[in-house]
Design a protein around this ligand. Structure first.
Ligand SMILES: [Zn+2]
Length: 298
């Protein structure tokens, strides 16, 4: 099985420890534990050029750890507990004193795969917590439960429990014979072209969503829709579900305005990608890049 960037793979999430308050307290104060600070959805790094993660010291920074708004048990790996601590309560000055907080989008591709995956996991949960402070049923405040993996309404009559959400999105490589459809959205980095993608709507199967999105965006009817693989994409809360699909026609029509331009390309054209403002492939850490490279190598 291929490992996708930002997927935690065989990392042990230790769900059975999430209600074990005594064990959690002891691990938070254990010098062997790894504590990842998150500040306003950013991560603490050593240097912006070649980033290295900076962790909190469970002993020396105990006061700071006690101020964390949300403490999330990520899991236990090789006997070592990993936690994410949301320190967004710190003002900018206090955060700067700890060091440099960077966006995962920028540093992700430069990090070791496991570090990138743990930050994606931490970021995804921190984002969810920030947006679920109030109960969607009665409007009362909610509180953190299950070591950061649930929130519960504080109104005792309501007591609704919420679980972290991930939004499924399909991403699909459309081919016609020996050519692949490469499209571009106006908001993307200059020259970047990629495969098509879109969110799954209620009542759809993933295959339904692939067929609908392709038709909405480029007016093509596709067949032979096949699952390819999936990747967490916490920008902010997606799970990208990769598919391949075939079209019998190259006559596309940019219908909904989301796609600025599109073109059919051969393998040779992709292999000779200039990687500049006229044409560049998607980011190296993305499933879209994987879908394209997999086809080039076929
Ligand atoms: Zn409620």
């Amino acid at each position: 099985m291929q490992t996708y960037f930002y997927a935690t793979g065989n990392f042990d999430r230790s769900a059975q420890r999430r209600e074990d308050q005594g064990w959690l307290r002891a691990r938070l104060a254990d010098p062997n534990s790894r504590l990842y600070p998150v500040w306003r959805l950013r991560h603490l790094v050593e240097s912006a050029e070649i980033p290295q993660l900076r962790l909190l010291d469970p002993i020396a920074q105990a006061d700071l750890i006690a101020r964390a708004e949300t403490v999330i048990l990520l899991g236990v790996d090789g006997g070592v507990a990993h936690f994410a601590l949301d320190l967004s309560v710190l003002d900018e000055h206090a955060a700067m004193e700890l060091g440099e907080f960077q966006e995962l989008r920028g540093i992700g591709p430069l990090l070791p795969q496991r570090d990138g995956a743990l930050l994606a996991y931490a970021r995804g949960l921190a984002y969810w917590h920030q947006r679920h402070r109030y109960c969607g049923v009665c409007g009362a405040p909610t509180e953190v439960k299950a070591a950061g993996h649930q929130r519960q309404c504080t109104d005792r009559a309501c007591a609704t429990v919420q679980f972290p959400r991930t939004d499924p999105a399909v991403i699909m490589r459309v081919t016609c014979g020996n050519r692949i459809l490469m499209a571009r959205q106006g908001m993307w980095a200059q020259g970047m072209h990629s495969v098509l993608a879109g969110f799954v709507e209620p009542g759809e199967s993933l295959e339904d969503a692939v067929a609908r999105e392709v038709f909405e965006e480029v007016g093509l009817r596709v067949r032979n829709i096949r699952y390819f693989g999936s990747q967490p994409w916490p920008f902010p809360a997606s799970l990208m579900l990769g598919f391949t699909a075939e079209s019998d026609s190259e006559a596309f029509d940019l219908q909904d305005g989301e796609i600025e331009s599109a073109r059919w390309m051969t393998r040779m054209e992709l292999l000779n990608s200039p990687e500049n403002e006229t044409f560049r492939l998607p980011r190296a850490d993305s499933i879209s890049r994987r879908l394209i490279e997999d086809w080039v190598k076929l």
